[in-house]
Design a protein around this ligand. Structure first.
Ligand code: PNS
Length: 161
């Protein structure tokens, strides 16, 4: 039986913390589908196609068991559509825990067959967030080391001039 997981998120944009979780999850599961949430109510810096393309470029050397897809609606429906029994999420600090616990319980209430698996973010990336990376880039700071190289280039392009 093959073990399939989805790794959902906004990924606006993907950070090194996300990339680290995706790399480790790819080693744990037979197939990992990174799901990029298309939320029409939010105005992301990168549109859905850009976010998907940036993640694809960032995970290019991970191997064939990692896919990247956009989705909208419920994460459990996205999981079901992909034959996934697991949702992967990263935990950076205790401050993430409450919201993640709430989401995990909600998802389990919606779909008992889907379990959430948490990976602790690598210590060196525990401080990172997409929001901070965007803010640093916006004010001309160096984001290399915070985000994968394709994302760093896209942030510089987006905020230069
Ligand atoms: O990267 P984020 O913004 O922390 O990711 C949050 C995400 C996309 C995982 C969460 O908002 C989500 O699952 N949204 C889809 C809607 C849904 O399934 N809601 C009910 C369960 S929380």
């Amino acid at each position: 039986m093959s073990r399939v997981a989805v790794f959902p998120g906004s990924f606006d944009p993907m950070t090194m913390a996300h990339l680290d979780v995706a790399r480790r999850a790819a080693a744990l599961f037979d197939r990992l589908v990174v799901g990029v949430l298309h939320n029409p109510k939010k105005s992301p810096v990168f549109d859905i196609e850009e976010r998907v393309a940036l993640i694809r470029a960032s995970v290019a050397d991970f191997g064939a068991n990692v896919e990247v897809e956009a989705f909208d609606g419920l994460t459990v429906v996205f999981a079901e559509r992909n034959g996934a029994s697991f949702i992967v999420r990263g935990l950076r600090a205790v401050s993430d825990f409450e919201a993640e616990l709430q989401m995990a319980h909600t998802n389990r209430k919606l779909q008992r067959g889907v379990d959430t698996v948490f990976l602790m973010s690598a210590l060196e990336f525990g401080y990172l967030s997409s929001t901070l990376a965007k803010e640093v880039a916006q004010f001309g700071g160096d984001v290399s080391g915070m985000v994968p190289p394709p994302v760093a280039a896209a942030l510089v392009a987006r905020f230069s001039g």
